[in-house]
Write a protein that binds this ligand. Structure first.
Ligand SMILES: [Zn+2]
Length: 424
């Protein structure tokens, strides 16, 4: 009795809901069209691309933005009211003119000329944008020869590994910078990836993502960076043997290792997501980027890795496949192992009581590299794990969390095996 009453009520509810829905929907739609919507800028959403995409002057409804500069990747802009999106492709080619482009695109040069208000299909194009309507994606204004361009993060975060990946014309020779800092550019054929790290002091801003294909004009778009608000501040004091290590020792060791870190093996040596380099640890006592004051000095340095406190002798494991490039006792880092993972990526394992690999040795995920200790500039048993893109330290924990390893492999057209660390 009670159940059937409840069913009746539920039925009534749905009838009412459907009625309300039927009347409500047109009202919502009318409201939506009256209010301007917003768009988050992605790579290739230049003023030119937006003008073709919406058939309107998108700059006019965003007077607060600098018209001389491209809209910033990661920023929200307003769209004109009633703006309808058009699909199509924007091409920029330096040679061949319309005839060749039309043949490549399987269309008529006169149709393209008409769509782009070009007086003649015979003039060279010299990288001017060419709109070809159709397809199922909005037009993007990408560097010459780029078919796609994706970023690992729409809003850049300081201190982490960042990348772009794209499919390009096979012959493209690409260089890339973030402001003046070069990306490590890897891949050949259709798939290309650029990798970079910023320091943990990089802060917020709008650096330029610059891409150059051969001798085509430089392609450039600002990229929004937002600093983290939750950096940790630590005061350290070194006593005993650790206090004997001087800034000169630190600089000399760093200069030597910089030569190791600047080597780029052109292929990725890993084939699966990275894992933690230690299974049995007590706690993470310091994370990447922790601001540090030493012996009461200013907070003018930061922690370059992740510290795992663990019992002495705990095995330290390879987090992914790679090749051992350093395996020795260093003054500052103590017992040290550095792995080359390919593509300019290196990881380091320091303060080890024992080093159990040899330089040149190839390692597989989970192979034992050494044992936790407190050698070098260290105040207790722990593993210091660092990770570098080129010669810049990046957050190894973020590298794991973002699964950059597989993002990069996918960008190179390679698959990435899933982790099966729990076979039971
Ligand atoms: Zn450390």
């Amino acid at each position: 009795m009670w159940h059937s009453k409840r069913r009746l009520l539920r039925g009534l509810f749905w009838v009412l809901a459907l009625c309300v829905g039927a009347f409500w929907q047109p009202v919502v739609t009318a409201q939506d069209t009256a209010v301007s919507s917003t768009l988050t800028i992605l790579p290739g959403d230049t003023w030119t691309a937006l003008a073709y995409r919406y058939g309107q002057d998108v700059q006019a409804v965003n007077p607060q933005l600098n018209r001389q500069r491209q809209p910033t990747i990661g920023r929200e802009i307003l769209l004109p009211p009633d703006s309808a999106e058009r699909q199509g492709v924007l091409l920029r080619t330096g040679d061949g003119g319309l005839l060749e482009t039309a043949v490549r695109q399987n269309t008529s040069p006169w149709a393209i000329a008409r769509q782009n208000d070009l007086p003649s299909p015979y003039r060279p194009l010299l990288y001017q944008p060419l709109f070809l309507p159709g397809g199922d994606a909005p037009p993007k204004d990408l560097p010459a020869g780029f078919e796609t361009l994706e970023l690992s993060q729409t809003i850049g975060e300081p201190g982490v590994a960042l990348g772009w990946r794209s499919e390009v014309a096979e012959t493209a020779v690409i260089s890339a910078t973030l402001d003046d800092a070069p990306f490590v550019v890897v891949g050949d054929g259709r798939f290309r990836v650029g990798l970079i790290g910023t320091g943990a002091f990089y802060g917020s801003g709008e650096p330029s993502l610059n891409l150059q294909v051969g001798d085509a004009p430089l392609w450039s778009q600002p990229w929004r960076f937002e600093d983290r608000a939750d950096w940790v501040y630590q005061e350290l004091s070194y006593t005993g043997a650790a206090a004997e290590i001087t800034q000169d020792d630190i600089d000399a060791e760093r200069a030597r290792l910089r030569k190791v870190w600047s080597q780029v093996t052109p292929k990725p040596l890993w084939t699966a997501p990275f894992t933690l380099p230690i299974n049995d640890y007590l706690s993470i006592t310091s994370t990447f980027g922790d601001r540090r004051s030493v012996n009461g000095g200013p907070y003018n340095r930061y922690h370059e890795g992740v510290d795992f406190s663990a019992y002495g002798g705990t095995p330290v494991l390879a987090p992914a496949a790679g090749q051992v490039v350093v395996a020795e006792e260093l003054k500052v880092r103590g017992g040290a192992v550095i792995l080359d993972h390919g593509l300019g990526l290196h990881s380091g394992y320091y303060h080890l009581s024992q080093v159990l690999v040899e330089p040149g040795q190839k390692v597989s995920p989970g192979d034992v590299l050494g044992a936790v200790g407190t050698t070098g500039l260290s105040t207790g048993n722990h593993l210091h794990w660092d990770f570098l893109v080129g010669t810049t330290w990046v957050d190894a924990q973020a590298w794991l969390a973002q699964d950059m390893a597989c993002w990069i492999r996918a960008g190179l057209g390679l698959d990435c095996a899933p982790v099966s660390d729990n076979p039971s």
